[in-house]
Design a binder for this molecule. Structure first.
Ligand code: AMP
Ligand code: MG
Length: 502
């Protein structure tokens, strides 16, 4: 997470702060813009709350390590009322699975306010804290299963160096919640500089059709989150261009670790280029470019290989959302916004090629690198080679990989080219291995690992959640005593189906 400029002097922080999460400002960014942007309302606390998981490292970084072990923390993070706070649900709209869905909004999330932390100002949000005016058909709750997945994934992605909203804690409750079966409730505490989504801008362009509110949101967003763009005479295009570049880099990082988001709807796209809204996500085990991790995604719209294209589509939806904020004839304005999106393609291609060169341990750039990379990926796909293990093992050269491939002849042909390429840049094996092990994780949040932790947690034993979380906090370290966590799912195991229900 990147620090953003502090909005106000610390002197303006509310005194309620001290009891909460020092130092504290009870007003979130959108709340400060006025009533058009959402609704103030109290959370509906979960009954008999207990801790399920806490990210001690995040708490430390936020300056809240001690606080996270207090009764006050458990009370606040389970949704209980704290004097002086004004929780807020924000309104947004969006495209879901490529179709305009109209108004959505924080249907089960509440912003509690903003903490001034060593990482910069951070919004603190509860997810699963009860009904809001935007709950539609939902119950305002989140289940333990999906809350654990969001917690583990947020913190694992951060440890991988991928921009993401963070998760400070999961609070559980015996309170029943109905999904396909009866489950129990939980609340995740999410932390991010901002939870602004593409859908916030789409809302004022289409649903509320209030260009003035859209313009205010644009100006405030630039002032707060993109201060370097202030004074630009094309603010919408300037911000869109910056969002496009950040999104391109984010997508390259996703692809490079085999992360599938699963629900890349425009309401699940962060304006700051963070990974947001972990639901039916998955990390690749066997490499399959067409892998669809969301069981409810029947068309495969959000398949692994489609993600970069979907993000570009989503950026077009954001451009449409920004259109009414631009002065002058719409056609010319539209062209300028489209032009601002253009750098996405080149930036994604550049970032992805660089990421793959790094994964292969290549220090220099050669014209044939793309072909060398593509041929490895093709081989991995045809052999269903494990995505993470293949790259991790490659740090010791091509030879240790041979066992993973049934078509030895095809692999040997590729290995010869790779070895020649390494010789060409006078690559030193030991130095290269160190470099490669810093970009090719040994440990990722494999579905079967998450599932094992969840099943124990559903029996009241949260130790496996904490253990897995600890392993994933050092994904690039060898951790020999945790070698079992690096293994792919057992051969022949049924793939775990992850649905949208959460
Ligand atoms: P998602 O696909 O999880 O990002 O959610 C899409 C929309 O549905 C958002 O507006 C959510 O706030 C809302 N939503 C999802 N689940 C629930 C729920 N159980 N209760 C209320 N709203 C929900
Ligand atoms: Mg969402």
């Amino acid at each position: 997470m990147r620090a953003v400029n502090a909005p106000e002097a610390l002197a303006d922080l509310a005194p309620a702060a001290a009891a909460v999460f020092p130092p504290w400002r009870p007003e979130s960014f959108l709340q400060g813009l006025g009533p058009a942007y959402g609704t103030d309302l109290a959370a509906q606390p979960v009954a008999a709350p207990h801790w399920v998981a806490r990210s001690e490292s995040l708490a430390q970084a936020l300056g809240a390590a001690d606080w996270l072990h207090t009764d006050a923390a458990l009370a606040l993070l389970s949704g209980q009322h704290v004097e002086g706070l004004r929780p807020h649900a924000s309104v947004y709209s969006g495209h879901q699975f490529g179709v305009w869905a109209g108004q959505l909004g924080d249907g089960r999330a509440l912003l509690l306010g903003e903490a001034a932390t060593p990482l910069g100002p951070m919004e603190i949000q509860l997810k699963g804290s009860g009904l809001t005016p935007y709950s539609r058909m939902g119950d305002g709750r989140a289940v333990l299963r999906s809350s654990i997945r969001e917690f583990l994934a947020s913190e694992a992605m951060a440890a991988l160096g991928i921009p993401t909203t963070r998760a400070l804690a999961v609070v559980g409750s015996p309170q029943p919640v109905r999904r396909e079966t009866l489950e129990t409730a939980a609340v995740v505490t999410r932390v991010a500089p901002s939870f602004l989504r593409f859908g916030h801008f789409e809302h004022f362009a289409h649903t509320a059709a209030d260009p003035a509110a859209g313009k205010r949101l644009l100006a405030a967003s630039i002032e707060r989150y993109f201060p370097e763009l202030q004074g630009d005479d094309e603010p919408a295009a300037a911000m869109l261009g910056e969002v496009a570049v950040r999104t391109a880099r984010l997508l390259a990082q996703w692809q490079a670790v085999g992360f599938c988001h699963g629900v890349m709807n425009t309401d699940n796209m962060s304006l700051l280029g963070l990974t947001i809204d972990y639901g039916p996500f998955g990390f690749l085990d066997a490499f399959d470019p067409g892998h669809v991790c969301n069981h409810s995604d029947h068309q495969g719209r959000y398949a692994y290989a489609r993600q970069p294209g979907v993000a570009f589509w989503n950026l077009h939806a954001l451009a449409q959302g920004l259109l009414p904020t631009v002065e002058g004839p719409a056609e010319a304005a539209g062209e300028r916004l489209l032009a601002a999106l253009e750098p996405y393609k080149a930036e994604y291609a550049r970032a992805m090629l660089q990421a793959l060169r790094d994964k292969l341990g290549l220090r220099t750039a050669q014209p044939d690198d793309q072909a060398l990379i593509d041929d490895l990926l093709r081989l991995m796909a045809s052999e269903a080679a494990d995505f993470t293990l293949t790259f991790r093992r490659l740090s010791a050269g091509a030879a240790p990989l041979r066992d993973l491939f049934i078509d030895r002849a095809a692999f040997d042909a590729w290995a010869l080219r790779y070895d020649a390429r390494l010789v060409q840049e006078h690559s030193d094996a030991a130095e290269r291995a160190v470099r490669m092990n810093r970009v090719n994780p040994k440990f990722i949040l494999r579905n079967h690992l998450a599932q094992a932790a969840i099943e124990r947690a559903q029996q009241g034993d949260f130790s496996e959640v904490q253990r897995l979380h600890t392993v994933l906090e050092q994904p690039f370290d060898e951790q020999p005593e945790r070698a079992a966590y690096a293994e792919p799912p057992p051969a022949g195991a049924e793939p775990i189906e992850v649905s949208c229900s959460s």
